[in-house]
Design a protein around this ligand. Structure first.
Ligand SMILES: C[S@@+](CC[C@H](N)C(=O)[O-])C[C@H]1O[C@@H](n2cnc3c(N)ncnc32)[C@H](O)[C@@H]1O
Length: 323
Protein backbone atom coordinates (compact mmCIF):
# COMPACT_ATOMS: atom_id res chain seq x y z
CA UNK A 1 0.00 0.00 0.00
CA UNK A 2 1.22 3.47 -0.85
CA UNK A 3 1.11 6.74 1.04
CA UNK A 4 -1.21 9.31 -0.51
CA UNK A 5 0.91 12.49 -0.49
CA UNK A 6 -2.01 14.88 -0.54
CA UNK A 7 -3.75 13.05 2.32
CA UNK A 8 -0.52 13.05 4.33
CA UNK A 9 -0.17 16.80 3.81
CA UNK A 10 -3.77 17.47 4.85
CA UNK A 11 -3.31 15.52 8.09
CA UNK A 12 0.06 17.19 8.76
CA UNK A 13 -1.58 20.59 8.28
CA UNK A 14 -4.25 19.60 10.77
CA UNK A 15 -1.56 18.53 13.25
CA UNK A 16 -0.02 22.01 12.95
CA UNK A 17 -3.48 23.57 13.44
CA UNK A 18 -4.11 21.45 16.57
CA UNK A 19 -0.68 22.22 18.05
CA UNK A 20 -1.12 23.76 21.49
CA UNK A 21 -4.82 22.80 21.66
CA UNK A 22 -4.80 19.00 21.57
CA UNK A 23 -1.68 16.82 21.94
CA UNK A 24 -3.90 13.82 21.24
CA UNK A 25 -5.13 15.16 17.89
CA UNK A 26 -1.59 16.23 16.93
CA UNK A 27 -0.45 12.67 17.60
CA UNK A 28 -3.42 11.10 15.79
CA UNK A 29 -3.05 13.40 12.77
CA UNK A 30 0.68 12.75 12.46
CA UNK A 31 -0.03 9.02 12.84
CA UNK A 32 -2.56 9.07 10.00
CA UNK A 33 -0.22 11.17 7.85
CA UNK A 34 2.34 8.32 7.83
CA UNK A 35 -0.08 5.37 7.65
CA UNK A 36 -0.66 4.03 4.14
CA UNK A 37 -3.28 1.49 5.27
CA UNK A 38 -5.39 4.24 6.84
CA UNK A 39 -4.99 6.33 3.68
CA UNK A 40 -6.64 3.41 1.85
CA UNK A 41 -9.38 3.35 4.52
CA UNK A 42 -10.01 7.08 4.03
CA UNK A 43 -9.84 6.93 0.24
CA UNK A 44 -13.24 5.20 0.08
CA UNK A 45 -14.88 8.32 1.55
CA UNK A 46 -15.75 11.43 -0.47
CA UNK A 47 -12.94 13.98 -0.23
CA UNK A 48 -14.92 16.40 1.97
CA UNK A 49 -15.57 13.54 4.40
CA UNK A 50 -11.88 12.71 4.84
CA UNK A 51 -11.29 15.65 7.19
CA UNK A 52 -9.48 14.82 10.42
CA UNK A 53 -11.99 16.49 12.74
CA UNK A 54 -14.88 14.42 11.37
CA UNK A 55 -12.95 11.14 11.25
CA UNK A 56 -11.64 11.58 14.80
CA UNK A 57 -15.06 12.54 16.20
CA UNK A 58 -16.74 9.55 14.53
CA UNK A 59 -14.03 7.23 15.90
CA UNK A 60 -14.60 8.65 19.39
CA UNK A 61 -18.36 8.16 19.06
CA UNK A 62 -17.63 4.49 18.31
CA UNK A 63 -15.36 3.96 21.29
CA UNK A 64 -11.90 5.40 20.60
CA UNK A 65 -10.71 6.60 24.00
CA UNK A 66 -9.26 10.10 23.94
CA UNK A 67 -6.77 11.35 24.86
CA UNK A 68 -4.89 8.21 23.87
CA UNK A 69 -1.95 7.22 21.64
CA UNK A 70 -2.41 6.85 17.86
CA UNK A 71 -2.63 3.05 18.19
CA UNK A 72 -6.06 3.45 19.85
CA UNK A 73 -7.43 5.46 16.91
CA UNK A 74 -5.97 3.01 14.39
CA UNK A 75 -7.41 -0.03 16.17
CA UNK A 76 -10.86 1.59 16.43
CA UNK A 77 -10.91 2.65 12.76
CA UNK A 78 -10.05 -0.87 11.61
CA UNK A 79 -12.31 -2.73 14.05
CA UNK A 80 -15.41 -0.54 13.59
CA UNK A 81 -14.92 0.48 9.97
CA UNK A 82 -18.53 0.05 8.80
CA UNK A 83 -20.15 1.87 11.73
CA UNK A 84 -17.61 4.69 11.71
CA UNK A 85 -17.99 5.24 7.98
CA UNK A 86 -21.76 5.33 8.37
CA UNK A 87 -21.43 8.06 11.00
CA UNK A 88 -18.98 9.96 8.81
CA UNK A 89 -21.38 9.81 5.86
CA UNK A 90 -24.38 10.85 7.98
CA UNK A 91 -22.81 13.58 10.05
CA UNK A 92 -20.72 16.69 9.50
CA UNK A 93 -18.28 18.71 11.55
CA UNK A 94 -20.72 21.22 12.84
CA UNK A 95 -18.56 22.28 15.77
CA UNK A 96 -20.33 25.28 17.20
CA UNK A 97 -17.70 27.28 19.06
CA UNK A 98 -19.26 30.07 21.07
CA UNK A 99 -15.75 31.16 22.14
CA UNK A 100 -15.41 32.75 18.69
CA UNK A 101 -17.71 35.50 19.93
CA UNK A 102 -14.78 36.96 21.87
CA UNK A 103 -13.20 37.75 18.50
CA UNK A 104 -16.39 38.76 16.68
CA UNK A 105 -17.83 41.12 19.29
CA UNK A 106 -15.36 44.01 18.77
CA UNK A 107 -16.46 44.12 15.13
CA UNK A 108 -20.16 43.66 15.93
CA UNK A 109 -19.86 46.57 18.38
CA UNK A 110 -18.15 48.74 15.75
CA UNK A 111 -21.00 48.09 13.34
CA UNK A 112 -23.59 48.80 16.06
CA UNK A 113 -21.87 52.10 16.88
CA UNK A 114 -21.94 53.11 13.22
CA UNK A 115 -25.33 51.74 12.20
CA UNK A 116 -27.49 51.04 15.28
CA UNK A 117 -29.00 47.80 16.63
CA UNK A 118 -27.89 44.63 14.88
CA UNK A 119 -30.03 42.20 12.99
CA UNK A 120 -27.79 39.14 13.00
CA UNK A 121 -27.89 36.64 10.14
CA UNK A 122 -25.49 33.75 10.65
CA UNK A 123 -24.88 31.51 7.67
CA UNK A 124 -23.59 28.07 8.64
CA UNK A 125 -24.97 28.65 12.12
CA UNK A 126 -24.92 24.99 13.28
CA UNK A 127 -26.94 25.24 16.53
CA UNK A 128 -26.87 29.06 16.46
CA UNK A 129 -24.80 29.43 19.63
CA UNK A 130 -22.89 32.44 18.21
CA UNK A 131 -26.11 34.38 17.72
CA UNK A 132 -26.07 35.61 21.33
CA UNK A 133 -23.20 38.13 21.61
CA UNK A 134 -25.26 40.15 24.09
CA UNK A 135 -25.50 37.26 26.58
CA UNK A 136 -21.79 36.96 27.49
CA UNK A 137 -19.13 38.99 29.26
CA UNK A 138 -15.74 39.31 27.58
CA UNK A 139 -12.13 39.48 28.74
CA UNK A 140 -9.48 40.68 26.30
CA UNK A 141 -6.27 40.52 28.33
CA UNK A 142 -4.21 42.62 28.61
CA UNK A 143 -6.34 45.31 26.94
CA UNK A 144 -9.62 45.26 28.84
CA UNK A 145 -13.00 43.65 29.37
CA UNK A 146 -16.72 44.05 28.87
CA UNK A 147 -19.00 43.03 31.72
CA UNK A 148 -22.60 43.44 32.74
CA UNK A 149 -24.38 40.82 30.65
CA UNK A 150 -24.94 38.51 33.61
CA UNK A 151 -23.63 35.63 31.47
CA UNK A 152 -20.39 33.61 31.41
CA UNK A 153 -17.09 35.20 30.39
CA UNK A 154 -15.48 34.48 27.02
CA UNK A 155 -11.80 35.30 26.79
CA UNK A 156 -9.41 36.14 23.95
CA UNK A 157 -5.85 37.36 24.33
CA UNK A 158 -5.75 40.66 22.49
CA UNK A 159 -3.02 42.62 20.78
CA UNK A 160 -2.92 45.77 18.66
CA UNK A 161 -5.53 48.53 18.71
CA UNK A 162 -8.57 46.31 19.17
CA UNK A 163 -11.56 48.69 19.35
CA UNK A 164 -12.84 47.40 22.68
CA UNK A 165 -16.57 48.04 23.05
CA UNK A 166 -17.80 50.03 26.04
CA UNK A 167 -21.19 48.36 25.95
CA UNK A 168 -22.77 45.24 24.52
CA UNK A 169 -24.05 45.59 20.97
CA UNK A 170 -27.82 45.68 20.97
CA UNK A 171 -29.31 42.75 19.06
CA UNK A 172 -32.67 43.56 17.47
CA UNK A 173 -33.13 40.23 15.70
CA UNK A 174 -31.25 36.97 15.21
CA UNK A 175 -31.60 34.17 12.70
CA UNK A 176 -29.61 32.02 10.39
CA UNK A 177 -29.28 29.14 7.98
CA UNK A 178 -27.52 25.80 7.97
CA UNK A 179 -27.55 22.72 5.75
CA UNK A 180 -28.37 20.81 8.91
CA UNK A 181 -29.47 23.05 11.78
CA UNK A 182 -28.88 21.44 15.16
CA UNK A 183 -31.71 21.86 17.62
CA UNK A 184 -30.39 22.96 21.01
CA UNK A 185 -33.29 21.09 22.63
CA UNK A 186 -32.37 17.78 20.91
CA UNK A 187 -30.19 15.67 23.24
CA UNK A 188 -28.74 13.46 20.49
CA UNK A 189 -27.71 16.45 18.37
CA UNK A 190 -26.10 18.08 21.40
CA UNK A 191 -24.25 14.81 22.18
CA UNK A 192 -22.69 14.94 18.68
CA UNK A 193 -21.69 18.58 19.31
CA UNK A 194 -19.99 17.48 22.55
CA UNK A 195 -18.09 14.73 20.68
CA UNK A 196 -16.76 17.38 18.33
CA UNK A 197 -14.99 19.16 21.18
CA UNK A 198 -11.34 18.15 21.24
CA UNK A 199 -10.33 15.61 23.89
CA UNK A 200 -8.29 17.70 26.33
CA UNK A 201 -10.61 20.69 26.18
CA UNK A 202 -12.73 20.32 29.27
CA UNK A 203 -13.15 24.09 29.45
CA UNK A 204 -14.63 24.12 25.93
CA UNK A 205 -17.03 21.33 26.89
CA UNK A 206 -18.22 23.34 29.89
CA UNK A 207 -18.60 26.47 27.74
CA UNK A 208 -20.61 24.46 25.24
CA UNK A 209 -23.02 23.29 27.97
CA UNK A 210 -23.50 26.90 29.12
CA UNK A 211 -24.01 28.12 25.55
CA UNK A 212 -26.60 25.42 24.84
CA UNK A 213 -28.50 26.45 27.99
CA UNK A 214 -28.45 30.11 26.92
CA UNK A 215 -29.65 29.37 23.39
CA UNK A 216 -32.30 26.93 24.62
CA UNK A 217 -34.01 29.72 26.59
CA UNK A 218 -35.05 31.31 23.31
CA UNK A 219 -33.84 29.22 20.35
CA UNK A 220 -33.13 31.29 17.24
CA UNK A 221 -34.83 30.37 13.98
CA UNK A 222 -32.32 28.60 11.76
CA UNK A 223 -33.53 27.77 8.27
CA UNK A 224 -32.55 24.40 6.85
CA UNK A 225 -30.87 24.95 3.51
CA UNK A 226 -27.96 26.13 1.48
CA UNK A 227 -26.70 29.56 2.42
CA UNK A 228 -27.00 30.92 -1.14
CA UNK A 229 -30.68 30.08 -1.24
CA UNK A 230 -31.47 31.21 2.30
CA UNK A 231 -29.60 34.52 2.27
CA UNK A 232 -31.98 36.78 0.30
CA UNK A 233 -34.97 35.92 2.50
CA UNK A 234 -32.98 36.18 5.72
CA UNK A 235 -31.46 39.54 4.83
CA UNK A 236 -34.88 40.89 3.85
CA UNK A 237 -36.37 39.72 7.16
CA UNK A 238 -33.40 41.04 9.14
CA UNK A 239 -33.73 44.44 7.44
CA UNK A 240 -37.16 44.86 8.99
CA UNK A 241 -35.66 44.89 12.49
CA UNK A 242 -32.27 46.64 12.36
CA UNK A 243 -29.01 46.74 10.43
CA UNK A 244 -28.59 43.32 8.76
CA UNK A 245 -25.19 41.87 9.61
CA UNK A 246 -24.41 38.68 7.71
CA UNK A 247 -21.68 36.75 9.48
CA UNK A 248 -19.99 33.38 9.41
CA UNK A 249 -17.04 31.61 10.96
CA UNK A 250 -15.46 28.35 9.82
CA UNK A 251 -18.14 27.86 7.15
CA UNK A 252 -16.97 28.97 3.72
CA UNK A 253 -14.22 26.32 3.67
CA UNK A 254 -17.06 23.83 3.18
CA UNK A 255 -17.89 25.36 -0.22
CA UNK A 256 -16.09 24.33 -3.40
CA UNK A 257 -13.45 26.85 -4.48
CA UNK A 258 -15.60 28.39 -7.24
CA UNK A 259 -18.52 28.75 -4.83
CA UNK A 260 -16.31 30.58 -2.34
CA UNK A 261 -15.53 33.18 -5.01
CA UNK A 262 -19.23 33.40 -5.86
CA UNK A 263 -20.01 33.97 -2.17
CA UNK A 264 -17.36 36.71 -1.98
CA UNK A 265 -18.90 38.44 -5.00
CA UNK A 266 -22.41 38.12 -3.58
CA UNK A 267 -21.40 39.63 -0.25
CA UNK A 268 -19.32 42.48 -1.65
CA UNK A 269 -22.29 43.31 -3.90
CA UNK A 270 -24.72 43.37 -0.95
CA UNK A 271 -22.32 45.55 1.04
CA UNK A 272 -21.74 47.91 -1.90
CA UNK A 273 -25.44 48.56 -2.40
CA UNK A 274 -25.98 49.13 1.35
CA UNK A 275 -28.16 46.04 1.89
CA UNK A 276 -26.12 44.67 4.79
CA UNK A 277 -22.79 44.63 6.62
CA UNK A 278 -20.57 41.55 6.37
CA UNK A 279 -18.41 39.97 9.07
CA UNK A 280 -16.30 37.03 7.93
CA UNK A 281 -14.04 34.85 10.08
CA UNK A 282 -12.40 32.13 8.03
CA UNK A 283 -9.10 30.31 7.51
CA UNK A 284 -6.76 32.41 5.35
CA UNK A 285 -6.96 30.35 2.15
CA UNK A 286 -10.77 30.44 2.09
CA UNK A 287 -11.45 34.04 1.08
CA UNK A 288 -8.20 35.12 -0.59
CA UNK A 289 -9.55 38.53 -1.56
CA UNK A 290 -10.30 39.33 2.09
CA UNK A 291 -6.90 38.09 3.15
CA UNK A 292 -5.09 40.14 0.48
CA UNK A 293 -1.31 39.90 0.84
CA UNK A 294 -1.35 39.37 4.62
CA UNK A 295 1.09 36.86 6.08
CA UNK A 296 -1.05 34.65 8.32
CA UNK A 297 0.52 32.32 10.91
CA UNK A 298 -0.71 28.70 11.00
CA UNK A 299 -3.87 28.32 13.09
CA UNK A 300 -5.03 31.91 12.62
CA UNK A 301 -8.23 32.97 10.84
CA UNK A 302 -8.73 36.25 9.02
CA UNK A 303 -11.48 38.41 10.48
CA UNK A 304 -12.99 40.67 7.85
CA UNK A 305 -15.45 43.55 7.96
CA UNK A 306 -17.24 44.30 4.68
CA UNK A 307 -14.61 42.32 2.77
CA UNK A 308 -11.55 43.98 4.34
CA UNK A 309 -9.27 42.17 6.82
CA UNK A 310 -9.31 43.86 10.23
CA UNK A 311 -7.72 41.23 12.51
CA UNK A 312 -6.18 37.79 12.74
CA UNK A 313 -8.00 35.51 15.15
CA UNK A 314 -7.38 32.16 16.78
CA UNK A 315 -9.54 29.54 15.05
CA UNK A 316 -11.49 28.80 18.24
CA UNK A 317 -11.54 32.39 19.46
CA UNK A 318 -8.68 32.34 21.99
CA UNK A 319 -6.89 35.37 20.52
CA UNK A 320 -7.41 38.46 18.41
CA UNK A 321 -4.55 40.44 16.85
CA UNK A 322 -5.86 43.71 15.42
CA UNK A 323 -4.17 44.75 12.18
C1 LIG B 1 -17.63 24.17 11.53
S1 LIG B 1 -19.34 24.59 11.61
C2 LIG B 1 -19.23 26.25 12.22
C3 LIG B 1 -20.44 26.66 13.01
C4 LIG B 1 -20.45 28.08 13.53
N1 LIG B 1 -20.38 29.02 12.43
C5 LIG B 1 -19.34 28.37 14.52
O1 LIG B 1 -18.47 29.20 14.24
O2 LIG B 1 -19.32 27.78 15.59
C6 LIG B 1 -19.75 24.80 9.89
C7 LIG B 1 -21.27 24.83 9.66
O3 LIG B 1 -21.49 25.29 8.30
C8 LIG B 1 -22.59 24.58 7.78
N2 LIG B 1 -22.53 24.66 6.30
C9 LIG B 1 -21.57 24.18 5.49
N3 LIG B 1 -21.85 24.46 4.19
C10 LIG B 1 -23.03 25.13 4.19
C11 LIG B 1 -23.87 25.67 3.18
N4 LIG B 1 -23.55 25.56 1.88
N5 LIG B 1 -25.01 26.29 3.53
C12 LIG B 1 -25.36 26.38 4.84
N6 LIG B 1 -24.60 25.89 5.85
C13 LIG B 1 -23.47 25.26 5.54
C14 LIG B 1 -22.39 23.17 8.34
O4 LIG B 1 -23.59 22.43 8.28
C15 LIG B 1 -21.93 23.48 9.76
O5 LIG B 1 -22.99 23.52 10.67
Amino acid sequence: MQLDGEMAERYRDFAAYAEGDSDCFVDWALGVAEDAEIHGWLAELPRLKQQPNLVFAAARLHGAAAPSPYAELRRTLLEHETAIKETIRERATQTNEVGRLATLVPVFAQVAEQSGPLSLVEVGASAGLCLFPDRYDYAWPPLGALTGSGGPTLRADASGDVPLPRSHPEVAWRGGADLNPLDVRDDEAMAWLRTLVWPEQQERRERLEQAVRIAAEDPPEIIRGDLFEALPGLVAEAGRHGTPVVFHSAVIAYLEVGERARFHDLMTGLVADGTCRWVSNEAPHVLPLVRGDLEVPVGRFVLGLDGRAVALTHGHGHAIDWL
